[in-house]
Write a protein that binds this ligand. Structure first.
Ligand code: ATP
Length: 265
C-alpha cells in the first residue's frame, strides 16, 4: 500500500516507542528485543514478518496479544491504548492446539462459548462456517482424524471467531507438505479477501511472504530499533505465477541476501 493510501486508512495496530526485554527471575540479566520501536498497521492490510530464528518475531506477537507488556511505550489497538489486550486479537499459534477430546465442531465453537453463549447455540453457529471452510461432514470427527491442512483450517476458523479485526498467524503452514502449503496459501488469500480483517503473518518462507502480503517487515538487528519494511509491488487478486515476474525475483533475491546477512552476523 502506498504511503498516501495508508494515511486514508484506519490504524488498527500501533506501536509507540515500544521497548521490551526479557528478564531472568533475579532481574540481573536481560535480553533486549525491541528498543523504542514505532510502527502502524492499517485496516485490511496483510503484513508478513520474516527474520532469522530468535530475532523476536513471536515476541512481537506475545506483546500484541498481551502475554507480555512493554517496559516502555504503548501498544494501541484500533486507536486505543490497551493495557488489557488478552483475548482482544485473534491468534493462531504455530501448533494448532486443538483440544483432542473435543470434536471439530466443539473446537471451532470454543471462542463463542467463551463469550458465555450457550453450547447448543455456539455449535449451531459454527456449522455453516465449517462448510465454508471446507470442513463439511467433519463436525463430529476428532482432531486426530483430520489431515494437517484440515486441522489448520479449524484452527484458523477458531481464530477468526474471536471477533477481532486483527488476526495474528504464527507460521501456520510450516508443518505442511509443499503442495498442501500452496493450496492453503491460496485458500488463506480468499478467506482474507472475504473477511476484511487485518492479518499479521510470521513465516520463514520468502515466497510465501511475497505472495501473501502488502508489506513485509524484515527482522534483523537485535534489539530491533527501526522496523525495516518492504512494499510488495503486486496488485490483487494475484496468483502464484506472479512471483515469476523479474521484479519479484529480484526482490526475493534481495530479501534472501538481507536474511543471510543477518544470520551470518
Ligand atoms: N520467555 C523468554 N525468556 C527469556 N528469553 C526469551 C523468552 N522467549 C524468547 N526469548 C528470547 O528472545 C529472543 C527472541 O525470541 P522469539 O521467540 O521472539 O524469536 P523468533 O524470531 O520468533 O524465533 P523463531 O523463528 O525460532 O520462532 C530469543 O533470543 C529467545 O531466546
Amino acid at each position: 500500500m502506498s504511503k498516501c493510501g495508508q494515511e486514508k486508512r484506519k490504524k488498527v495496530l500501533e506501536f509507540q516507542n515500544v521497548t521490551f526485554s526479557y528478564k531472568d527471575k533475579q532481574q540481573t540479566e536481560s535480553t533486549p528485543i525491541l528498543q523504542r520501536v514505532n510502527t502502524a498497521i492499517y485496516e485490511r492490510e496483510f503484513i508478513t514478518i520474516i527474520g532469522a530464528s530468535g530475532s523476536g518475531k513471536s515476541t512481537l506477537f506475545r506483546l500484541i496479544t498481551g502475554l507480555e507488556n512493554p517496559d516502555e511505550g504503548h501498544i494501541l489497538l484500533n486507536g486505543e491504548a490497551e493495557e488489557h489486550r488478552l483475548g482482544k486479537v485473534g491468534y493462531m499459534p504455530q501448533q494448532d492446539l486443538l483440544l483432542p477430546w473435543r470434536t471439530i465442531q466443539e473446537n471451532a465453537a470454543l471462542p463463542i462459548e467463551l463469550k458465555r453463549v450457550r453450547k447448543e447455540e455456539a455449535y449451531k453457529r459454527v456449522l455453516p462456517l465449517l462448510e465454508e471452510f471446507g470442513l463439511e461432514g467433519m463436525e463430529n470427527r476428532f482432531p486426530h482424524e483430520l489431515s494437517g491442512g484440515m486441522r489448520q483450517r479449524v484452527s484458523f476458523l477458531r481464530a477468526t471467531l474471536s471477533g477481532s479485526n486483527i488476526l495474528l498467524l504464527d507460521e501456520p503452514f510450516s508443518a505442511l507438505d509443499a503442495i498442501t502449503r500452496l493450496s492453503m496459501q491460496e485458500w488463506l488469500m480468499e478467506q482474507w479477501e472475504k473477511q476484511k480483517t487485518t492479518v499479521v503473518f510470521i513465516t520463514h518462507d520468502v515466497n510465501e511472504a511475497l505472495f501473501l502480503s502488502d508489506r513485509i517487515f524484515v527482522f534483523g538487528e537485535k534489539p530491533i530499533r527501526t522496523l525495516q519494511e518492504v512494499d510488495v509491488p503486486l496488485g490483487r487478486p494475484r496468483s502464484l505465477k506472479d512471483l515469476n515476474q523479474p521484479s519479484l525475483i529480484e526482490l526475493k533475491d534481495q530479501l534472501l541476501e538481507q536474511l543471510r546477512g543477518k544470520v551470518m552476523g
